[in-house]
Design a protein around this ligand. Structure first.
Ligand code: FDA
Length: 526
């Protein structure tokens, strides 16, 4: 008891004078059943590890400047009672909570807020329990996708989860926002492949699928993170993958007929077999011929099968690409994750490493997204290339990601993720830059806005759809204090289309006082 009091006293003495979070810290220690353990997972600004813990998963360094608002306290719960105490005490003392799993939020909303706030970081909540026989896995929300893939592969090389491409993404945010990846044309989104969850609500109740009910279970599988409560764990459905898969990547410049290939790709990519996830990445490079700028288009895909199975399909459906055996590599599914993360020849254990490497370039970036329902014209494509050749776009990358497959067959309302039948492909706009150029960040952000405006006539309309997990505050945001249905509908309909109204109903029921909120959270009806 004496030891406990000393620990708590030391903790409190770290907090400065009469700052508001002193009451919060006291509340945490009183509220927690096991104060000795909670003290070891609390980081105030005076704690020597505070910055290391905060920065450990700041993935977009745009939000790691001295001007970025920082949390008063970071809590890294190791028990469910720590979450309960943190929610209770944050409500009592008027602090907002930002929940962080993998920290990939493109606008930093899991660790930045303009009001006094606490970060709940799930780094200690990341066990992965794989049951091969029943083809399920219970995964705590703080695990990264790499940990999930690795733990499944430890037990089976012919099972996986329909997760994202980048291994460092947190399972918590990924599934909360829908989640697409290499297998999404075969098996659907991450959210489509969740069969149960453990969740804590604003009153500290720990709920599973049965006790939360189907409406809330529906909402948390794609309605966007940070709106309803905290997901503690997901029960994932594991899906079959063949022992051998094939990957390929074929690059062509404008001088090598890239424009005609992209025009053709638009027509056929969404009709390619569900076993593929075709995409085409475009970026500016110096031409090898005369050193002038050109655009390089890189056509790539995973194929769930062998090279011998793939080549005749490509020869029949997309002969113009001229895919040859030399462009293709066979490997196991788990090795394809390394391949797409540009980690070939690394040991599989690298997937357990939470250190972030962005294969797409600089770690300061701005992202946008669009959905395309009709092929865009050659003139429109040329305009896009011309913008990709701008000086600000020297590290920009634009990726067309084919839809179709099972996405055409899952109803729009099956989960909050509504982008299903009728989409040819999604566009991912990424402009990124290096640290030394961060003083000029606005010029890059302005570039991405110009490109987005330019694309208006060629992409989905009413609403102009966007992917919730590619968070973009340019689409609109809640006021800091109050959220309004009308205001939130502006971006809410882009992310969720008509599912937005059901999300609002769920929110109104589970969190009527709107405790869990951020700039793009779902508002309750007042
Ligand atoms: P983070 O921890 O930042 O959380 C994101 C949001 O979810 C925040 O609002 C947060 O509060 C909330 N949240 C987090 N944990 C929660 C929990 N346990 N309970 C409730 N709310 C929670 N997407 C994709 O679908 N496919 C892809 O291949 C990629 N690739 C990709 C690459 C890179 C480099 C980046 C930076 C991002 C992607 N994404 C992506 C987007 C990614 O899926 C999206 O940013 C996810 O929300 C990230 O989840 P994290 O847990 O990592 O983020």
């Amino acid at each position: 008891m004496l030891l406990l009091s000393l620990v708590l006293a030391a903790l409190l003495s770290f907090s400065m004078g009469a700052l508001p979070h002193e009451d919060f810290l006291q509340c945490l220690s009183l509220r927690s059943n096991d104060s000795s353990t909670i003290s070891s997972v609390i980081y105030t600004r005076n704690n020597p590890s505070y910055s290391t813990v905060l920065e450990s998963t700041i993935r977009n360094l745009r939000f790691n400047s001295t001007n970025t608002p920082k949390p008063l306290v970071i809590v890294t719960p190791s028990r469910t009672s720590h979450f309960q105490a943190t929610i209770y005490c944050s409500r009592k003392h008027g602090l907002q909570i930002r929940t962080r799993s993998g920290g990939h939020d493109y606008e930093g909303l899991s660790y930045v807020a303009k009001v006094p706030f606490v970060v709940v970081d799930l780094v200690n909540f990341r066990s992965v329990d794989v049951d091969v026989e029943n083809r399920v896995a219970w995964v705590q929300a703080g695990a990264i996708l790499g940990e999930v893939y690795y733990r499944i592969a430890e037990k089976s090389r012919t099972l996986s989860f329909a997760g994202g491409v980048f291994y460092s993404i947190g399972v918590g945010g990924y599934i909360s926002g829908g989640g697409f990846g290499l297998l999404f044309r075969k098996y659907g989104t991450g959210g489509d492949n969740v069969i149960d969850a453990q969740f804590i609500d604003v009153n500290g109740r720990i709920l599973d699928r049965k006790s939360m009910g189907e409406d809330l279970f529906w909402a948390i599988r794609g309605g966007g993170g940070g709106s309803f409560g905290i997901v503690l764990a997901w029960k994932l459905k594991l899906v079959p993958v063949p022992a051998t898969v094939t990957v390929f990547s074929v690059s062509r410049t404008l001088e090598q007929n890239a424009t005609q290939l992209i025009l053709r790709w638009q027509e056929i990519a969404h009709q390619l077999p569900d076993e593929m996830n075709p995409d085409v990445s475009m970026f500016s490079v110096n031409s090898t011929q005369d050193g002038r700028k050109t655009i390089l288009a890189s056509f790539s895909s995973l194929f769930l099968g062998t090279i011998d199975d793939l080549l005749p399909i490509m020869q029949q459906r997309f002969p113009e690409l001229g895919l040859s055996r030399q462009d293709c590599y066979e490997m196991s599914w788990i090795e394809s994750i390394l391949y797409f993360n540009q980690l070939q020849n690394q040991p599989l254990e690298i997937l357990l490493n939470r250190t972030f490497r962005n294969p797409l370039g600089g770690q300061y970036y701005k992202i946008k997204s669009d959905y395309v329902k009709e092929p865009i014209s050659e003139t429109a494509l040329n305009g896009l290339f011309s913008r990709l050749s701008d000086e600000e776009a020297s590290s920009a990358i634009i990726i067309f990601m084919a839809y179709g497959g099972i996405m055409d067959r899952i109803p729009e309302e099956a989960t909050p993720f509504p982008h299903r039948a009728g989409n040819l492909y999604k566009i991912y706009y990424n402009v990124n830059w290096q640290e030394q150029d961060n003083v000029n960040s606005q010029k890059y952000i302005d570039w991405s806005r110009r490109v987005y405006n330019y694309m208006t006539p060629y992409v989905s309309k009413s609403p102009r759809e966007a992917y919730a997990n590619y968070r973009d505050l340019d689409l609109g945001s809640n006021n800091v204090g109050i959220t309004s249905y009308t205001q939130a509908s502006v971006w809410g309909r882009k992310y969720f289309k008509n599912n937005f109204d059901r999300l609002v109903q769920v929110k109104t029921k589970i969190d009527p006082e709107n405790f869990f909120k951020h700039e793009q959270s779902i508002p309750p009806l007042h």
